[in-house]
Design a protein around this ligand. Structure first.
Ligand code: SF4
Ligand code: SF4
Length: 159
């Protein structure tokens, strides 16, 4: 039997109180967290690259082996209600991070819009912008800022 997902649960429940199905449904499918990251040697800041994890499907923006992701990619960070607050490297648009800091879900999120493809059409995902790990070459050449940018909070036209 599948777990219940209450209407607009994210407005009332803290991550610890969400059902497993609710927790999983919060993910917007952007796949930005599946990009390789680098730590700047002086500041210690985390910077993003456009190099995708080898298990990421660059078209669907989904992990090709989600159930076994930690075994397949040991560096994969498992996001849970207990760990999410400590994952300050998540992109600003990440739905989990937004909920934890009290920003709620954006207009383009599938739980708000009802459209799971909208995250891609508004440019909030890695679709069309990431490169496969196997073809990337030196990772230092792939530093990007877009994972922490846009889209706008409110639409000024239909996407
Ligand atoms: S960055 Fe956050 S919302 Fe986007 S795919 Fe990763 S966990 Fe999901
Ligand atoms: S193993 Fe899967 S979930 Fe983990 S970073 Fe790679 S593509 Fe993303």
């Amino acid at each position: 039997m599948s777990e219940a997902v209450e209407p607009e649960f994210w407005k009332r429940k803290s991550p610890e109180l969400m059902t497993r199905a609710e927790w999983e449904s919060v993910c917007d499918g952007c796949a930005k967290c599946c990009l390789a990251k680098l730590e700047e040697p002086v500041s210690g800041d985390i910077v993003y690259t456009n190099v995708a994890c080898r298990l990421l499907d660059l078209n669907t923006c989904r992990c090709r082996d989600y159930a076994n992701r930690k075994q397949r990619v040991p560096s994969c960070q498992i996001l849970t209600p207990e760990t999410v607050a400590a994952f300050d490297w998540l992109p600003a648009s990440c739905a989990y991070r937004r909920i934890v800091v009290g920003d709620g879900l954006p207009w383009w999120h599938h739980l708000v819009s009802g459209d799971p493809d909208l995250v891609h059409r508004v440019g909030a995902s890695v679709r069309g912008r990431a490169v496969p790990e196997a073809k990337s070459g030196p990772i230092e050449h792939h530093i990007v800022t877009w994972p922490n940018e846009g889209p706008n909070e409110a639409p000024n036209r239909d996407p």
